[in-house]
Ligand binder design. Structure first.
Ligand code: SF4
Ligand code: SF4
Length: 316
């Protein structure tokens, strides 16, 4: 299956960093985790497929087995979506039919202050631990005699995790461009395993979150780069509920993100993070609202090519 004509290009991190004058955040723990991902996880993306195939009674039973295993391995949420051409990055090809989308929660206590060293390290910690879940889940599926491919939460993925997660019932798209899960809020990361093992897909949900976003503007108000929009944009296409999408101006967000500990202010200030369930019940002293260090935004920057098509729309 090829990508659709209007699929976005993969986000080219190197070009983006080049456009803002190179990588300027140097956090030893972040660099260590990136090295571990490259050296310890990348070589484990592939493996032997067991020659004898396990057959399930039906796709429902197969989906249940795979999900139970993912939860045992440390997933906080798992859902299944059928892959469509629009879920594949521009110019890429994917032969598998199903995505098993896996989510893992980031700890609220690490986002008590943003942007910060702690929040940056927490993002990377979860990229690594979620990477372990998808790698081990792929090993499990191969042990059942079914080929599959790891789509790691960080790096050069062929598929777009966000639209797949929306189809898999993870939640709804927030004004800040991230998915809001009805129980986890927006503070989680996504990875996938893609396979042809027949699996029963999940359904998208309508929990009233997108409708709430139309009234709430907390992330819009606190975004230091003024990158989060006031209005939905018909140019951005529809979300799974048929709403026009909100378009975050990546040309404004990224220069701030790249210089200020990967920013993330829009996630902990999100009102869906401030529910009773979002608090830290593991004995850590936490507050309900983060401390925010707002630094002046650098000017907008867009790399020459390749470019997402949306950064310049409605830039004021
Ligand atoms: S990461 Fe920071 S700059 Fe980017 S949209 Fe969120 S709040 Fe704005
Ligand atoms: S802060 Fe409010 S407007 Fe922004 S994503 Fe969260 S709920 Fe939606």
């Amino acid at each position: 299956m090829r990508s659709a004509e209007n699929s976005p290009p993969a986000f080219n991190w190197d070009d983006w960093y080049h456009s803002v004058g190179g990588r300027s955040i140097h956090i030893r723990e972040v660099d260590d985790i990136l090295t571990q991902i490259r050296e310890f996880q990348y070589p484990r993306f592939t493996g032997e497929v067991h020659p004898r195939q396990t057959h399930f009674q039906n796709p429902v039973q197969a989906a249940q087995t795979v999900k139970e295993m993912a939860f045992k391995m440390g997933a906080d949420e798992v859902g299944i979506a059928e892959i469509e051409p629009s879920d594949i990055y521009q110019g890429r090809e994917v032969k598998e039919k199903y995505a098993i989308v896996v989510g893992q929660r980031m700890l609220w206590r690490m986002f008590q202050e943003v942007p910060s060293h702690d929040s940056a390290v927490e993002c990377l910690r979860v990229y690594f631990s979620l990477g372990e879940v998808v790698i081990r889940l792929a090993d499990f599926i191969r042990s059942l005699g079914h080929p599959c491919t790891v789509e790691h939460p960080i790096g050069d993925s062929d598929v777009l995790h966000v639209p797949l997660a929306l189809k898999a019932g993870f939640g709804e798209l927030g004004r800040h461009g991230s998915i809001i899960h009805p129980k986890m809020g927006p503070l989680f990361r996504l990875g996938s395993v893609i396979t042809d093992l027949p699996l029963q897909p999940d359904q998208p949900i309508d929990a009233g979150i997108a409708a709430f976003c139309d009234k709430c503007r907390a992330c819009r108000i606190y975004c230091p780069a003024n990158a989060i929009p006031d209005e939905r944009s018909p140019e951005a296409g529809k979300d799974h509920l048929g709403n026009d999408r909100y378009m975050v101006d990546t040309g404004k967000c990224f220069p701030y993100f790249a210089r200020h500990n990967y920013c993330s202010i829009c996630l902990p200030v999100c009102v869906y993070q401030h529910k009773e369930w979002a608090r830290d019940f593991e004995g850590f002293q936490t507050q309900l609202f983060p401390e925010i260090d707002l630094q002046a935004p650098p000017p907008p920057t867009d790399p020459e090519t390749p470019k997402h098509w949306y950064p310049l729309i409605k830039r004021g």
